[in-house]
Design a protein around this ligand. Structure first.
Ligand code: ATP
Ligand code: MG
Length: 540
């Protein structure tokens, strides 16, 4: 958590000190219509962070008032993601738990003359709503008697009317400058089985009406939501005031987290999954929490990122490079080093016989300077990109008649290049400087380049995957996500890795000079999958 209180915490602290509230309760309110993404992590950290800071409570509240899009699969995934972030909720609640009470409250509004059954179609209602500059037109059904409204609403529940034939509207003010207050629809008729209540209901409450009721019934004190709900707050308050809620929950809005290059709309993420652009919600390129988990981003990094971004009242966009910097900072400290080559090029040391075990530094940041053993022999692989036939000036890697140091091993010299049938570089014949062994180098030879390598005798064939962002970049404001899709977001290499790297499992490793990787189980077998590259090479 950030040390200083954010603006919401300041409000809470003020209310606590003035005795307006005595204990704090928040809720995280996902709609189970998709998987959670990095933006949700911000809301989770905020809501659960407040619970922890003020020793309050935080519920996991599923906003399931929209049965056509909701599924149990999503409920389970959401639970797992929140647990993974390390938070525990007090109660698990559902809007559908409260359907009966929400219905009773509607009867009360009708009885008080504050709601009416309207026979206009959805299109007619929206056409009569007016605009920002023009007031709306009152419904011809607005002045039905309380008795008639009660009867019609009960009949709506009993299934007497077709979907969309009638609805229940709050009777507020068609001339209000706030369009949300122009007699909003609060119940609609919808014959759609619900993932929890089945076909018990054919009328469903609208979000703006149900949400304040659910908050109140759960004892939520602070209902935190994103800025686009600011204009809905008067309606949130109208519901609470007209139903006599005491204490009335307080809605506070904060800015959404937007990150460049990341798709952050469930609707669009769903489209990517459904049209096969990605391998499911947990594809490592997805900005979903399950995707980031599979990618290898530790939950503490995500929480740290949310804390650093902070909570504000103004929308803004965070650079993806900032998120990546948080990951690299963590990985640099925590990831062990290992070696692999993406494009293997065979190197034969013509003057080396036998084999030996060399000391390899596990992590330069390790206080104890621990090492592990790696094997070395006559036949090695380096990365083809670390050799140049026509080197540019100041080329410090390997070239014909040039020298380079093999990381944690010897300095070698390229004596001869062997070409394949098509003129490609097939193998390098090299010699080594025996006195140049890392850790006991007495050769006096200075070389500028240090490259990674693997021992052919022990190296394993591995598929290595690297990624680019799913969205090209932020240079196309206003363009639809589909026009910004990066068609080349996965790069696959048939590489060679030392066994330690090939079987690293979930433990992140720094493949030296390449990036941070972990083992990923896929349908095609186990691969080394990039968490993030060492440097920001995307926007080059
Ligand atoms: P989406 O537009 O991706 O579908 P949503 O807001 O409809 O998101 P919900 O399941 O309703 O998704 O969101 C649950 C909670 O998470 C809400 O309180 C919402 O405000 C918050 N939330 C969603 N996206 C973000 C974001 N990018 N930044 C911060 N909070 C977010
Ligand atoms: Mg929503």
């Amino acid at each position: 958590m950030a040390e200083t209180a954010n603006f919401i915490e300041q409000i809470i602290e003020e209310e606590l000190s003035e005795g307006k509230v005595s204990s704090i309760k928040t809720r995280f309110p996902p709609e189970p219509n998709g998987y959670l993404h990095i933006g949700h992590a911000k809301s989770i950290c905020l809501n659960f962070g407040i619970k922890e800071k003020y020793r309050g409570k935080c519920n996991l509240f599923f906003d399931d008032t929209n049965p056509s899009k909701e599924k149990t699969e999503f409920v389970d995934a959401i639970r797992e993601d929140i647990r993974w972030l390390g938070f525990t909720w007090d109660e698990e609640t559902y809007a559908s738990d409260y359907f009966e009470q929400i219905y009773e409250f509607a009867l009360k509004l009708i009885a008080d003359g504050k709601a009416f059954v309207c026979d206009m179609s959805a299109a007619e209602i929206s056409a009569s709503r007016g605009s920002l500059t023009e007031g709306g037109k009152e419904s011809p059904w607005r002045n039905r008697s309380v008795e008639e409204n009660l009867r019609l609403f009960r009949e709506m529940r009993a299934g007497k009317y077709a979907d969309g034939e009638k609805c229940l509207r709050a009777k507020i003010d068609m001339a209000s400058p706030n369009i949300n207050l122009r007699d909003p629809v609060i119940y609609r008729i919808l014959r759609q089985p619900h993932h929890r209540t089945g076909d018990k209901w054919c009328i469903y409450p609208m979000y703006d009406y149900a949400h304040p009721i659910c908050d109140y019934l759960q004892g939520v004190t602070h209902s935190l939501c994103t800025l686009e709900f600011e204009d809905h707050r008067p309606l949130y308050d109208w519901v609470g005031i007209n139903l006599g809620f005491s204490p009335k929950p307080r809605q506070i809005e904060f800015a959404r987290l937007n990150v460049t290059n990341l798709v952050m709309s469930k609707r669009y993420l769903k489209k990517l999954v459904e049209d096969g652009s990605v391998d499911g919600w947990d594809d490592p390129r997805m900005p979903t929490l399950s995707g980031l988990r599979r990618r290898g981003v530790p939950p503490e990094v995500l929480k740290d990122f949310c804390a650093r971004v902070g909570v504000s009242k103004a929308n803004s966009e965070v650079q993806i490079s900032y998120f990546e910097a948080c990951i690299r900072e963590y990985m640099n400290l925590n990831a062990e080093r290992a070696m692999a080559v993406l494009k293997p090029l065979k190197v034969t040391l013509t003057d080396y016989e036998g084999e030996e075990e060399l000391d390899f530094e596990i992590n330069p940041n390790d206080q104890e300077k621990r090492t592990r053993k790696i094997s070395f022999s006559k036949t090695l692989y380096i990365d083809a990109d670390d050799f140049a036939l026509d080197p540019p000036p100041k080329y410090h890697r390997l070239k014909k008649d040039g020298y380079v140091r093999l990381k944690n091993a010897y300095i070698i010299r390229c004596d001869e290049v062997i070409f394949g049938e098509n003129g490609e570089v097939k193998e390098l014949l090299c010699s080594h400087i025996a006195s140049s062994k890392s850790g006991s180098d007495t050769s006096g030879v200075k070389v500028k380049g240090v490259i990674q390598w693997v021992d052919a005798a022990t190296a394993e064939d591995v598929e290595i995957r690297r990624y680019e962002h799913l969205l090209c970049d932020e240079q196309y404001p206003g363009q639809d996500f589909s026009e910004r899709m990066n068609a080349h977001s996965v790069h696959v290499y048939r590489g060679k890795a030392e066994p330690y790297a090939a079987h690293c499992g979930e433990k992140p490793l720094q493949l030296m000079r390449v990036g941070y990787f972990k083992e990923l189980k896929t349908a095609e077998g186990s691969v080394l999958s990039e968490i993030f590259s060492l440097k920001d090479n995307f926007n080059k």
